[in-house]
Ligand binder design. Sequence first.
Ligand code: SF4
Length: 182
Amino acid sequence: MKKVLLHICCGVCCASVVNKLREDGYEVTGYFYNPNIHPREEYDRRLGVVREAAKLLKFTLLEGVYEDERWLNKVKGLEEEKEGGRRCLVCYQMRLLDTLRQAKEFGIEYFATTLSVSPHKDVVDINRIGSDLSPMFLSYDFKQGDGFKKTMEFAKEHEFYRQNYCGCKFSMTRQWNAARQG
Ligand code: SF4
């Protein structure tokens, strides 16, 4: 069976993505690597939900390092960028690059990300960055086939905590509409 290491941004986003990859014949291992999330309490809260999702959906979860200082250095000078701007491109790239590194270390042939299930993120940017990093990247738009709706239903059913901002401290001032979290 083909294997994929799936970068998971949060538990809310992962259910329909894991199911879609399985339908397409992949054995999924999850990878939580999100040093962008601020503050640490929020990081721990989101990680807790991903652990719960991994148990419910029965996939192995690898956990990355919370290297928030490294993330802050990467986005230096881009603090004032709007959500979806250049800071986010650096943020996607850092997380995907580490997922690629882990996939190689664990001998997993492919890598992918849940990021495209969110209506807040540009799938073209995500797939371009992943594909530029390596041909091992699986380009998907996980919103397709009602992916976002299905993943939200799963989150509601299991009463998952749903964040109302993207993750970094610069995104805390722009709170999402409760109906469009992800
Ligand atoms: S708004 Fe979201 S994607 Fe953009 S830099 Fe912040 S955490 Fe990363």
